[in-house]
Design a protein around this ligand. Sequence first.
Ligand SMILES: Nc1ncnc2c1ncn2[C@@H]1O[C@H](COP(=O)(O)OP(=O)(O)OP(=O)(O)O)[C@@H](O)[C@H]1O
Ligand SMILES: [Mg+2]
Length: 247
Amino acid sequence: MLSVRNLTLQYPNGKRALADFNLEVKPGELVVVLGGNGSGKTTLLRCITRTLAPTGGEVWLNGTELSHLTGDKLRIARMALALVSQHASLVRRRSVLSNVAAGSLGRHYNMWTAIGGLPSDELQAAYGYLDEVGLRDLARQRAGTLSGGQAQRVAIARALAQKPKAILADEPVASLDPEAAEDIMRLLRRLAEEENLAVLCVLHQVELAYSYAHRVVGIRDGRIEFDLPRADVSREAVKRLYISEAA
Ligand SMILES: Nc1ncnc2c1ncn2[C@@H]1O[C@H](COP(=O)(O)OP(=O)(O)OP(=O)(O)O)[C@@H](O)[C@H]1O
Ligand SMILES: [Mg+2]
């Protein structure tokens, strides 16, 4: 279970990007976050992964509070949180398989830095993660030759190699065509349900939220406007998220 309690984030310039934010994502659940540009969605994900230190509140993952951890304890806790971004950020000249296996880097931190190579069992395991995203056939292809949708699938396979408890996705379909976007959302939902992962996904595509989310969270100006099962989210409530304060 991923749980955010009373989270507050104020940037050094005084901008308060999150205020008293509360959210829970259970294993097996795909929660979609909707909100306008600048509403605090990326800030929320960065606070959860602790690339930003929250100014207040707590982030819990399966009974461990993350926001106070440092050093090795923080590194290990972070392994349980896999981040998928708008751009797949693969190493283009390397094979698909080696990109996926690189997801296990954090689990072999010392060994990898010592020997500078990929453990063979992790390469074997990487085939399994490629199976999960339906791309085993492309294992030996150079990552730089993939289409956007394929690259994003590989990024998700790389996330799985981390053996995470939760996946945090920040606009994972932003640069994909409608069909590929549906494929990725279907995949994220299946991984939530079959691998029992907690999946938190930021989207700007309202229709995809209606199609694939178990729950939808609406955020506006750093605060939660609604947090509801998909079927209870009204079109009006979603529309209000995107109307600017000044209007
Ligand atoms: N490093 C920073 N310093 C100051 N303000 C920041 C910083 N990073 C983000 N902000 C501000 O915090 C607010 C939330 O930004 P954030 O990136 O979380 O929005 P977002 O919901 O992800 O938007 P988008 O949909 O455009 O990606 C915005 O007003 C932004 O300008
Ligand atoms: Mg953002």
